[in-house]
Write a protein that binds this ligand. Structure first.
Ligand SMILES: Cc1cc2nc3c(=O)[nH]c(=O)nc-3n(C[C@H](O)[C@H](O)[C@H](O)COP(=O)(O)OP(=O)(O)OC[C@H]3O[C@@H](n4cnc5c(N)ncnc54)[C@H](O)[C@@H]3O)c2cc1C
Length: 320
């Protein structure tokens, strides 16, 4: 039976998190001596056959406009129906916002064991043991899934995307999606920014910025780095920045390649949302700020002095 990977998309394009899930699912399949296949609910503008380069043999598509937008209940029902035709026993999702909503419903409907927030390939030498991050990334747990159907949702940015050769076969599944109980009447899109959860680089500001009128230096640095912007919770609570930028235990949890913290103290609740970042750079005028303990690189200095200089140096690098 194949390993089946859920392909998540938005506005007609497949999300980067899905490429990670596809690469991961293909490696799980290799490990189990089987093939990997993708399942795409809805339609996208991307070339589906080219998804073969991530190691999958087939893409099953349910071409129905009602699946173009995420409705977790409808998606879960469609997956359940699809599995009556495809009969996979290992399902892989990204542990992004869609996966967090859809995968547990699928698990409940199929009475399947699920490991959410996986960070490594399963160990199949004695059972089906999946390593996941727990306690806001402070520890790992190894969980054995013993049910016949096994579901894994993969933490974004925890598995390297590998592109090889290959073309996937496209198979249209004849499934009529269930009627949704919710209707999207309007979408307010944040435009002109790199989406926080997909960003490779994030520049984040805290109370050390003193007020919203000073955010230009955060945005300028983010702009030259083609980065997304984020903030600490009090900044969002004070309406200096919108709530969708708030990262941490009670905000968005991210794992970019580079996280640059400007004037943020590094409270444990903030770290809980960013400590899976590959490299952390902290700029803070207080050498005792706790964030320095979690940082790979630190600059003790005033953000109003250091950040514009940093931005100028990066501009010069781009120009040379
Ligand atoms: C249940 C709970 C959940 C929470 N969830 C979250 C969460 O999800 N995310 C989150 O962020 N917080 C969360 N918090 C709040 C958290 O505990 C901290 O209060 C918060 O992260 C502090 O934000 P800050 O670092 O921006 O501000 P501060 O703690 O005020 O720190 C400001 C920092 O800026 C530095 N600074 C000041 N001026 C300058 C300057 N000119 N140049 C350089 N550095 C300067 C200071 O030295 C200081 O380190 C939560 C708290 C609780 C109780």
């Amino acid at each position: 039976m194949p390993v089946l990977i859920f392909i998540d998309h938005t506005e007609g394009h497949i999300k980067k998190a899905s490429f990670e899930a596809l690469t991961y699912g293909a490696d799980v399949a290799k490990q189990l001596g089987t093939t990997a296949e993708g399942l795409l609910p809805g339609t996208v503008n991307d070339d589906l056959a080219s998804l073969g380069k991530y190691g999958i043999a087939k893409v099953h598509q349910v071409s129905n406009a009602s699946l173009d937008h995420v409705d977790a209940q409808v998606d879960a029902k469609a997956i359940e129906e699809a599995l009556k035709i495809i009969r996979a026993d290992v399902l892989v999702f990204s542990h992004n916002q869609t996966g967090k909503a859809v995968a547990p419903i699928v698990a409940a409907r199929l009475k399947a064991g699920i490991v959410t927030g996986a960070v490594a390939l399963p160990d199949t030498s004695n059972g089906f043991v999946v390593k996941k991050s727990v306690f806001s990334g402070k520890a790992f747990a190894n969980v054995n899934i013993t049910s016949p159907v096994k579901i894994i949702s993969l933490n974004p940015n925890s598995y390297k995307i590998v592109e090889g050769e290959g073309t996937a076969e496209i198979n249209q599944l004849n499934i009529t999606p269930a009627e949704g109980k919710i209707k999207v009447t309007a979408t307010n899109k944040v435009s002109g920014e790199v989406p926080l959860t997909e960003a490779e680089i994030v520049v984040s500001g805290g109370r050390g910025l003193k007020g919203p009128e000073n955010w230009g230096i955060v945005e300028d640095l983010a702009h030259v780095l083609h980065a997304a912007t984020a903030c600490s919770r009090p900044v969002a609570d004070s309406h200096w920045r919108p709530h969708h930028e708030h990262v941490g235990q009670t905000g968005i949890q991210i794992a970019p390649n580079l996280y640059i913290a400007l004037g943020i103290s590094g409270a444990i609740q903030h770290l809980a949302g960013v400590n899976r970042s590959k490299t952390i750079v902290v700029i803070n005028k207080d050498p005792e700020a706790p964030f320095f303990k979690a940082a790979d690189y630190g600059i003790v200095g005033d953000v109003f002095d250091v950040v514009p200089k940093l931005t100028e140096e990066i501009k010069k690098l781009h120009a040379s």
